[in-house]
Design a binder for this molecule. Sequence first.
Ligand code: ATP
Ligand code: MG
Length: 573
Amino acid sequence: MSMDVENKDSLDKTEAPRPSNFIRDIIIQDNQTGKFAGKVRTRFPPEPNGYLHIGHAKSICLNFGLAAEFGGECNLRFDDTNPCKEETEYVESIIEDVRWLGFDWGNNLFYASDYFDQLYQWAVDLIRKGKAYVCDLTAEQVREYRGTPTEPGKESPYRNRSVEENLDLFERMRAGEFPDGTRTLRSKIDMASPNFNMRDPVMYRILHADHHRTGGKWCIYPMYDFTHGESDSIEGITHSICTLEFEDHRPLYDWYVEQLGIHHPQQIEFDRLNLTNTVLSKRKLLMLVEKGFVSGWDDPRMPTISGFRRRGYSPEAIRLFCSRIGVSKTNGIVEFGFLEHCLREDLNARSPRVMAVLDPIRLVVENYPDDQVEEMEAVNNPEDASQGTRKAPFSKVLYIERDDFREDPPKQYFRLAPGREVRLRYAYLVTCTGVVKDAVTGEVVEVRCKYDPETRGGNAPDGRRVKSTIHWVSAPHAVDFEVRLYEDLLRQKGDEDEDTGSNDFLSTINPHSLEVRAGKIEPHAKGAAPLTRYQFERIGYFCVDKDSTPDKLVINRTVTLRDTWAKIEKKGG
Ligand code: ATP
Ligand code: MG
């Protein structure tokens, strides 16, 4: 019992207090009026035609979060109506990603393709009721007949076929008598409706293609719009939560369930997540993968769940972000920096510190005994004493960041420079005595210094102060590693609210989004497993990449330490 209370407390600390939102208010109201007998059943309904991105995470957190809050259940359902673009690989990645985010659908894993028989039966019912007909217009003609926003559409010449003829043709469509694209089944609604979705939308198309689950069983496939709402109905979904672009589809979904006389879920629309400096559209992300701009769906620059995971994001950080952005009725763009702000907050608490040098230069401690090695005690996480300490070996030859030394320091520069004393973190105070330069290029290749043996641990017994503390690694003990530094994938401010089919985003790709360097790290990190997280002191948060092997350490920069968003918040407040 006390365990539960403790867990709840720690959850409350990492997850911001739930902001009130209009969807929760609707559910509370429905529970008061008994609209769904107090039940709450939601679902997350991805189409398995790509990997999940951070926009999907918003929908996942919302659907699973509301179900949990109201003691209901949330289904994971694949809306797999398009045999051509869907693959098992996507299904598997989606399952892995939702689970990694921390959500559990119990036994409620479903596929719209499991409802194909029922959907076919309902299509036949609608034909019998005179509410659907087989149309012989080509796709192009159907478009022409649809009209424009200002003009009503024209009725199809096949609209008034008899029920018998429609039943016969639909049956023959199913039997495979007709080639792709020659006929469709359409609902008979209103060609003059101001809402395009109501102008006799197509319900079934002929597609002689194998489906990743139903194989060659079908050569006609239901359209998404005829599948989605019916699947919700079959599953007894109470609140069907979707993004704003489906607002205009709601009358059609309502029309189908009313004509069929089946359970009527309440659709509620919310704003799509858009983020600056990236794209959140599976079509565009697929293009980045296929054209080789990134190494795959899980490239650490991708805004996919798998990309973020590989880069070192924690599920807690993503949930925190989703909870803080909330939901609304208007689309906007969220700063990528805000996601990183939430990320740092979470990583700060969980990441052990380690010293690593990304741009190494040798520092020789002239008066340190040649063969001496001392084990310096280093704190693993100042935010969390339970993470303990580790030993960092110190010796005569070290590596420091090239940038932590200047031969000719500018005014506000307090790090190492000739004659200046600084603290080597967890070790000693050292004073720079000179440099060694390359005879040909004149470039500094080594910095020299002497240490004060009285300052072990970093403090002087006489109380003298230094203005700077720098990190280091012992050269003979250091582990070489490849570090991958990432920057924004795209330079553009943000994406359209909805994928308009334009490929303009390709011209905004940042050619410098990946920089690879050879670094040196404390021996502590030797052999670290993929997904191990660190904070490199003074530099940022890092995570071991899946390309790492016992012989070659590869580490991604998750995010820098500099939090521009926190500054903005401070200024604003
Ligand atoms: P995309 O536009 O990236 O192809 P989609 O909407 O076609 O995405 P689906 O697989 O249909 O992708 O999405 C599953 C669920 O996730 C839907 O309920 C959808 O509304 C939601 N979703 C998709 N993108 C976002 C987003 N950017 N913000 C919030 N929810 C989203
Ligand atoms: Mg979709």
